[in-house]
Design a protein around this ligand. Sequence first.
Ligand SMILES: *[C@@H]1O[C@H](CO)[C@@H](O)[C@H](O)[C@H]1NC(C)=O
Length: 192
Amino acid sequence: MMAKVKFASPIFLLLMLVMMPCFFPALGNDYVEDACSVTRYPDLCVRSLAPFSSTAKDSPSRWARAGVSVTIGEVKRVAKYLAAWKSKRYKNVLSDCVECFQETLDNLYKSLGVLRNLSPSEFSDQVGDVTTWLSAALTDEGTYLDGFEERDRGKRVASLVNRVNNATYVTSNALALVNKLATTGPGCLVND
Ligand SMILES: *[C@@H]1O[C@H](CO)[C@@H](O)[C@H](O)[C@H]1NC(C)=O
């Protein structure tokens, strides 16, 4: 039989859990579900961010970075799809779009750069900037479909709409993860 070691009272443990959430994360392996619970599209979040679970664990800043990385991948996918689309009908719309993507990607890369260099003393400014840039990216994505006729039932437009929607969903999720980071504060940045 195992010896009972009475080194801490339940109340003491409870206090530690409340006061030091960084050191006493959620138990078990549900890191990704836990992180994604704050997002608007949790199923997509879990699917797209599961590969980051073993490295991000319970770190809000790592989950925020993962969210932005996935968003960059998704926006690039839309850009690639459009770049490969040769169409006389949409020639002008397609060439306009090159610029709108560049702006979105700039905002996403700036966000990732700041999330990689978070410092406790600049935390609130940094997180504020990232929130602004991600919101701008979300707005940009809303303009991707401008110029493609709404009534067009073509397969390519339908496929484009799906991809663009997906990009907005993962961006929204990334923004939620950054908001979560903002509410957690800089206290959990140690060892990130
Ligand atoms: C949506 O984005 C996720 C994350 O990148 C990806 O895994 C999924 O295949 C995408 N779905 C569609 C319909 O584009």
